[in-house]
Design a protein around this ligand. Structure first.
Ligand code: FES
Ligand code: FES
Length: 167
């Protein structure tokens, strides 16, 4: 069994880990580091439940080897709450009833975070396109799109006011 000594910085904290060659990032995050907000769904890059940011890009962590992420900055859904305060995306998902089972939601949030970091004012069509790789099997996407649209407005207003909004 070949192992690798790697460093992952997760939500701002650096961790030294020893992982097998076959260890997927999602398993390193969940099993080695306890970040269980990142879910395992299909493990085939289809559902998006495992989405995290790696070096500020949304990726499906079931598709990446942990060893390949050596030295990377990873952001998981746990990072969104700041000092007990929900992120505008989390607030908006709650207000627009975009939260459903909780299984797909972390991935939806992280994909949306990536979208809004690159495009603070997306159209509804652009939101739908961004979320194409995040599947929900129980409902429609209307409330989720509403939530991302509302969060974008809140974050733009906060940025205009010099408050937190783009993080
Ligand atoms: S678990 Fe990664 S895309 Fe489904
Ligand atoms: S609400 Fe999560 S899979 Fe449907």
């Amino acid at each position: 069994m070949t192992t690798h000594d790697i460093t992952l910085t997760v939500n701002g904290t650096a961790h030294d880990l020893t992982v097998e060659s076959r260890t997927l990032l999602v398993h390193a995050l969940r099993d080695d580091l306890g970040h269980t907000g990142t879910n395992v769904g299909c493990e085939t890059s289809m559902c998006g439940a495992c989405t995290v940011l790696v070096d500020d890009e949304a990726v499906k962590s079931c598709t990446l080897l942990a060893a390949a992420c050596d030295g990377s900055e990873v952001q998981t859904v746990e990072s969104l709450v700041d000092g007990g305060e929900l992120h505008p995306l989390q607030e908006a998902f709650a207000q627009e009833h975009g939260l459903q089972c909780g299984f797909c939601t972390p991935g939806m949030l992280m994909t949306s975070l990536d979208l809004l970091a690159h495009d603070p004012d997306p159209s509804r069509e652009e939101i739908r396109e961004a979320l194409e790789g995040n599947l929900c099997r129980c409902t429609g996407y209307q409330n989720i799109v509403n939530a991302v649209e509302r969060a974008a407005q809140t974050m733009r207003a906060a940025t205009d006011g010099g408050d937190r909004g783009g993080d």
